[in-house]
Design a protein around this ligand. Structure first.
Ligand code: 5GP
Ligand code: ZN
Length: 113
């Protein structure tokens, strides 16, 4: 846990956020600035700054599986969705607590910008 990390504060419920899914390892909540009809962030409870800092394969796998479960619950799995992990500045990472974006409910372009 990092005292001054926004997402650690969300995990600790110091900032009130409705979790759309949670378990002992991970939590998920709606992005405050959604880029698609469904835009949910899935994060580990433990503080890891970015994918570049990550060492725990199980933690990373759990984020993907929770995103897939949410996509099914939100009704976007059959139509398709995208999971994205922005890492460091060229990718536009702004919050340095690793998080998986789940985006769905509209067609996506490729390649991403
Ligand atoms: P990044 O740019 O690091 O990949 O993604 C950070 C995401 O966190 C952005 O999509 C941004 O909208 C979202 N975000 C930033 N602050 C908050 C917040 O206080 N609450 C929620 N729910 N999302 C946030
Ligand atoms: Zn954190």
């Amino acid at each position: 846990m990092a005292d001054d990390c926004l997402f650690c504060r969300i995990v600790r419920k110091e900032i009130p956020v409705n979790f759309v899914a949670e378990d002992e390892h991970s939590v998920a909540f709606k992005d405050i600035n959604p880029q698609a009809p469904v835009h949910i962030l899935v994060i580990p409870r433990e503080h890891v700054a970015s994918l570049d800092q990550a060492k725990d394969a199980a933690m990373l796998g759990r984020l993907s599986l929770m995103a897939a479960e949410i996509a099914r619950k939100e009704g976007v799995a059959a139509g398709g969705y995208r999971t994205v992990m922005n890492t460091n500045s060229h990718a536009g990472q702004t919050v340095f607590h690793v998080h998986l974006h789940l985006l769905g409910g509209r067609s996506m372009h490729w390649p991403p910008g």
